[in-house]
Structure formats: structure tokens, C-alpha cells
Design a protein around this ligand. Structure first.
Ligand SMILES: Cc1cc2nc3c(=O)[nH]c(=O)nc-3n(C[C@H](O)[C@H](O)[C@H](O)COP(=O)(O)O)c2cc1C
Length: 199
């Protein structure tokens, strides 16, 4: 019964070469990501995840804005590889922005003081789960995606452009599109060093 699920898990890779060619309709994409947001678990069922999906021109705007932000901090003579990466992400169809609502986390910290230090950690873990669900679901539908972290550099520009509430903390960006090249070989560390079973 788990075969289909594990096949999807194995198939997920970091795909950097992506295009704007259509795979799903925008409505289907919204439904897919909505299912992931609804059904990914969170500590105390806090549901602190917030997601913004940028498509078409909005997606282009994100990578233009990220390029300009990076231009302020990367020396001009080294900007070539950065520009290439920005162009590759912009070549995709959309980007999923993952946030965590700090107001929810603070509320939990006040309500359950015993776990105060754990809530921010659990929030990041839960966001990681959601990122993985979205990543795997996108790839199962025929997209290629990667996980990027231009936060906190781009936080202010993103908040301003899309009017993001102050309490939403940007955790990750996931550009996606139709793959134009297969990923390279992946190396695996020996499983016996990483998994122990006692029986
Ligand atoms: C928590 C986490 C953070 C990551 N951050 C980045 C990142 O900032 N930029 C990037 O290009 N890839 C990032 N990756 C992708 C990993 O480098 C990649 O998943 C890993 O090398 C395995 O390759 P695969 O995704 O093709 O299986 C991240 C992955 C994880 C799980």
C-alpha cells in the first residue's frame, strides 16, 4: 500500500532546470497546494503554516526582486553565477513561499509555558514537513522544484510587494516549473551507518 507513496518520495529531486510550460491549471495547482497545507501536521495542531503561491508575472516579480536585492550585497565581479541562478528560477512557472505565523507560536508559548522553547523548533519542523509534501506533490504531477532560502535578505521586499502580515516569518521559497533536464546522479551514504533496528 505504501509503494505509490514511496515511489513519489524517491522520485522527488532538486530540479534546477525548469520552464514556464504548462503542466496543471492554476486552479489545480491551488487545490494541490491547499491539500498539502490542510493535511500536513503541526505541533498541538497549531496550523501555523502560511503559504503564498506566486504564478506567472508574480513569480517573475519575485525573482527580479531577489536579483536586485542580491545585487546590493554580491560584488559586481562575482555576480555572474548569481545572475544565472536567478534566471534559472525565473524561467519556472511559479514559486511557493512558506511562512510561519509567529503570532500563533507566541500564543502557544504563553498558553503552554512548559514547552516555550520547543514551539519555534516545532514550527520549523512542521514547515519542513509541509515543504516536503508540496515538493513531492509537485514532482508527482510532473513539475520540477527546488528549495531556496533567500530569506531574510528578501523579507522586507516580499512583505511590501505582497502585503504580507507582520507576524508571518518567511522560511523558504520553492520555485517550480516543467523540468527541462533530468537531475544528476545522487550519492547515498551507507544505510547501515544511518539506520539501526533492534528486535
Ligand atoms: C532543509 C533543506 C534546505 C535546503 N536548502 C537549499 C537551498 O537553500 N538551496 C538549494 O539549492 N537547495 C537546498 N536544499 C536542497 C538539497 O541540497 C538537496 O535536497 C539535497 O542535495 C539532495 O538532493 P535532491 O533534492 O535532488 O534529492 C535544501 C534541502 C533541505 C532538506
Amino acid at each position: 500500500m505504501s509503494k505509490e507513496f514511496l515511489d513519489a518520495v524517491k522520485k522527488r529531486r532538486s530540479i534546477y532546470a525548469i520552464s514556464k510550460e504548462s503542466v496543471l491549471s492554476d486552479e489545480q495547482l491551488e487545490r494541490l497546494i491547499g491539500e498539502a497545507v490542510l493535511h500536513t501536521p503541526s505541533s498541538f495542531n497549531s496550523q501555523s503554516a502560511r503559504v503564498v503561491v506566486l504564478l506567472n508575472e508574480q513569480h517573475n516579480k519575485l525573482w527580479d526582486l531577489t536579483t536586485e536585492t542580491l545585487r546590493q550585497v554580491v560584488p559586481a565581479e562575482n555576480f555572474g553565477p548569481t545572475q544565472d541562478k536567478m534566471t534559472a528560477f525565473r524561467n519556472g512557472y511559479g514559486t511557493v513561499l512558506f511562512f510561519e505565523d509567529q503570532a500563533v507560536i507566541q500564543g502557544l508559548q504563553e498558553k503552554f509555558a512548559l514547552y516555550k522553547d520547543n514551539f519555534p523548533v516545532w514550527s520549523e519542523q512542521s514547515s519542513g514537513m509541509l515543504q516536503f509534501v508540496v515538493w513531492t506533490a509537485l514532482e508527482a504531477e510532473g513539475y520540477g522544484a527546488t528549495l531556496q532560502h533567500y530569506n531574510p535578505l528578501i523579507n522586507d521586499a516580499v512583505s511590501k510587494e505582497w502585503n504580507i502580515p507582520d507576524t508571518w516569518k518567511l522560511i523558504a521559497q520553492m520555485p517550480f516549473g516543467k523540468p527541462t533536464a533530468a537531475p544528476g546522479e545522487k550519492e547515498f551514504a551507507p544505510l547501515e551507518d544511518r539506520l539501526k533496528v533492534f528486535k
